[in-house]
Ligand binder design. Sequence first.
Ligand code: SAH
Ligand code: SF4
Length: 361
Amino acid sequence: MTQPLIYDLSLDELTATLRGWGEPAYRARQAWEWLYQHKVDDFAVMLNLPQALRERLAAEFRLHGLALEAEQRSSDGQTVKRLWRLPDGQMIESVLMAYDDERRTACISTQAGCAMGCVFCATGQMGFARHLTAGEIVIQAVQFARLLEAEGERLSNVVLMGMGEPLHNYEASLAAIRRLNDERGLAIGQRHITLSTVGLVPQLRRFADEGLQVGLAISLHAATDEERNKLLPVNRRWPLAALLDAARYYVERVGRRITFEWALIAGENDTVTQAETLGRLLSGLKCHVNLIPLNPTGGYAGKPSDPARVEAFQAVLRAYHVGSTVRVRRGIDIQAGCGQLKAEVAARRRGARAERAGGDS
Ligand code: SAH
Ligand code: SF4
């Protein structure tokens, strides 16, 4: 049986465990510092702990929850994408992005696969495998922080925008956010953490009530229920009116501007009419729209909008006084779109298997 992952424990839980072993409370704090501040990858180097305790920790807990399956760096060196294998064979992705202004942002996954089935999304096309634990979410950021610190840099931002729907895995995502933010954890400011959701309305309202200052991104992609139902099946359960109410509630409670994500799909949701409907929908709301030309995926025939369409769309939003930015998905050359590296590696393997099978016959 695999031992429990030590990163799945909160500091209180670790303290209680060590107390049960007859250790004073400060031992748990010392171990915690090795995990989150020094980010060591071996219990043996926790040198201020007695050797017997290090050995017991190593016997009872796992320090490693992720095995590196593939890593790609973009040609400009600014994006690192990692495909991780979990102990049960599931694969997840995380991406590190460097920006000129010293921001270093980790984009991390909250589930293996996703149950929401958005038609254009590589992760949605895989279906749902399982929720990640809080520890499995946090260590993706710990891994990148370690990489950066070895180069004299620091992880400054985290976005829960990788594979999976964070609000579908509510408890673990929230525990991970608290741990990322904790002074004794990774100490990343709440305002430097962003959660992206497809719009699970009850959970979104609950999240607004947590008393956090975390940034919120909502994957909107369509401004009418008819169009959104086609792209995001979750809209049939929680239509736009309910989602926008919850968004307004978030702004009211948290006081921060919301980001709406909009993947521009040629001839689908990039028309002037859709832009006008969006402008009316968002007018007066404290928000910003990120326009992202669609990243093509294997399971969806849609294409990205051409630059002229993108510009026309943006001009309409401007007329409605809705701010927007056109974003190019980072690391397109390394399959850094959500779920795409896993899809690519899986396809390569299928190809290799087919070749082997072909050779046998
Ligand atoms: N489940 C959450 C977070 C992960 S998806 C959510 O949906 O918000 C992260 C973002 O990538 C979302 O805005 C999603 O809509 C977008 N996305 C997924 N597939 C895409 C694609 N092929 N092209 C452009 N954006 C995509
Ligand atoms: Fe899931 Fe987000 Fe992809 Fe939709 S876009 S399938 S919610 S990961």
